[in-house]
Design a protein around this ligand. Structure first.
Ligand code: C5P
Length: 467
């Protein structure tokens, strides 16, 4: 059985699987796998009674999408789950479909996520009924099936004859799963993929990550900086620290030793990390530079993820005592030092003019920046090069569900000599884990290259000095 999405008759397709409350619901995990084996991405909707026959968790774990169960619940980013599925699915298959569900659907009663998604979709719909033989033969059921097939144009995969859950035999057993998959393939035909952009598809559940950062020291900055105007006032920004804390949390979960340099934050700071407060740009700079160099010129950390929203300007001369109310006030601002660019230079042994005047840090830390933009990420790639970064996460903070104070983020990853990679809307934790996948890979590459370099230089270095 193939599990990859690159091959198969449903490659790249999103299939909605509606499961309703027949005993045959126990077959639905197998149906998810079979659709996936054809390359499909599968999103499951369950009616409340189906959830008594099959565990939602099993379907979530298999499909890698949270299961849609509550017609009134919203997705974490505020979208309506069954409408997202209705709009994005290449087909919706309802298997098994109960007599009750057929009746509800025939009358457009959208009381559960399965009926609601089917009612709202313009994609092909495939229905595989399963129930007791007498129920299937009842004129009410026959009429509902006819309405779905002839009135709505749905494909009906007829149930089979055989022994039923009641112990009787009759026509009512869920059709063979292979036939249901074939019917989905046929119903879609050559239609183009409706929603190739993962961002317009239902949210994904991330896979748990291994402890691939064990032995690494990761420094994360989080929150916004506060640039003093006087002893009580400051210039700040809307950063809450949520993204940085999510990265710290993910890094810790993957085995890293974590230092969190926190500006102004409005989320709880973790107990598992060493937390250094650096509220102004100057304090954050001091904390970073103190952390950057370890003993005997070694790098003090393996990677820096600079998720903090550092001010670009600060009052040139903060007042020493509280400014009093009066007429208008003009503040003179000066540019702040670019902390990340400075860390980039120090790591490479460069001075502020870009001249190699000191030893580069060994091993060179992996540097990751964040670029918050409004409206376009056009400037992000330039920042990657200007600051000497290994990775830059660009995000449009003006977009709904993205940026400050939200639980989700839609970002684009920039890396040198690679096309920008737009990621779908993800939870901040999922963004953190995907980003750390890349950081872990870069650290492994760095170590492998260093090992090779050491092996090739060792003989000369180990030669006995001639007297
Ligand atoms: O240039 P811009 O502010 O968009 O760059 C964003 C990245 O640079 C972020 O990772 C931010 O933490 C960092 N930065 C910095 N020092 C500054 C301004 C931004 O390190 N003064």
């Amino acid at each position: 059985m193939r599990g990859d999405a690159g091959a198969g008759r449903l490659a790249g397709r999103l299939i909605g699987l509606g499961v309703t409350g027949s005993i045959a619901a126990y077959k639905s995990p197998d149906l998810v796998r079979r659709l996936q084996a054809e390359g499909a991405d599968v999103q499951v909707c369950l009616t409340p009674s189906a959830a008594r026959f099959v565990a939602p968790l099993a379907l979530e774990a298999l499909s890698r999408h949270p299961v849609e169960q509550d017609v009134l619940a919203l997705l974490p980013d505020g979208r309506i789950g069954h409408i997202v599925l209705a709009d994005a699915a290449d087909a919706i298959v309802v298997a098994p479909a109960t007599a009750h569900w057929l009746g509800a659907m025939a009358n457009g009663l959208a009381g559960d996520t399965v009926t609601a998604a089917v009612l709202a979709t313009s994609a092909p719909v495939v229905v595989a009924p399963a129930m007791d033989g007498e129920m299937y033969a009842h004129p009410a059921t026959r009429a509902n099936v006819s309405r779905l097939r002839d009135g709505f144009g749905y494909t009906i995969v007829e149930p089979e004859a055989g022994s039923l859950a009641s112990g009787q035999s009759g026509v009512g057993r869920l059709a063979d799963l292979g036939m249901i998959v074939d019917a989905v393939v046929a119903a879609i035909g050559n239609r183009p993929i409706r929603a190739p952009d993962p961002g317009s598809r239902p949210p994904v559940v991330e896979t748990p990550r291994p402890a691939d950062l064990e032995g690494r020291h990761i420094v994360v900055t989080a929150g916004g900086t506060a640039e003093p105007i006087d002893p009580v006032r400051y210039i700040g920004n809307r950063s809450t620290g949520r993204m940085g804390v999510a990265i710290a949390e993910a890094a810790f979960a993957r085995g890293a030793r974590v230092t969190l340099i926190a500006g102004l934050t409005s989320v709880p700071l973790p107990a598992y990390a060493r937390v250094i407060r650096g509220e102004s740009t100057a304090q954050m700079r001091a904390a970073l530079l103190a952390t950057l160099s370890g003993p005997s010129g070694m790098a003090g950390f393996d990677a820096l993820v600079m998720a903090a929203a550092v001010a670009d300007f600060r009052p040139t001369r903060p007042a020493e005592s509280k400014l009093t109310r009066g007429g208008s006030l003009t503040l003179e601002l000066e540019p702040t030092p670019d902390l990340l660019a400075e860390v980039g230079r120090v790591s490479r042994g460069l001075d502020s003019e870009g001249a190699a005047t000191r030893r580069p840090l060994e091993p060179r830390p992996v540097l990751v920046g964040f670029a918050a933009e409004t409206g376009s990420l056009a400037r992000a790639a330039g920042k990657l090069h200007a600051k000497g970064l290994d990775l830059l996460v660009g995000n449009d903070v003006a977009e709904a569900g993205s940026g400050f104070g939200t639980d989700t983020n839609r970002v684009t990853l920039f890396a040198p000599d690679a096309e920008p990679e737009p990621w779908p809307l993800l939870s901040k934790r999922a963004v953190a884990d995907r980003l750390l996948d890349r950081v872990a890979a870069l650290l492994d590459e760095r170590d492998a290259a260093r090992q090779t370099a050491l092996m090739t230089t060792e003989p000369a270095d180990l030669r006995e000095p001639t007297r």
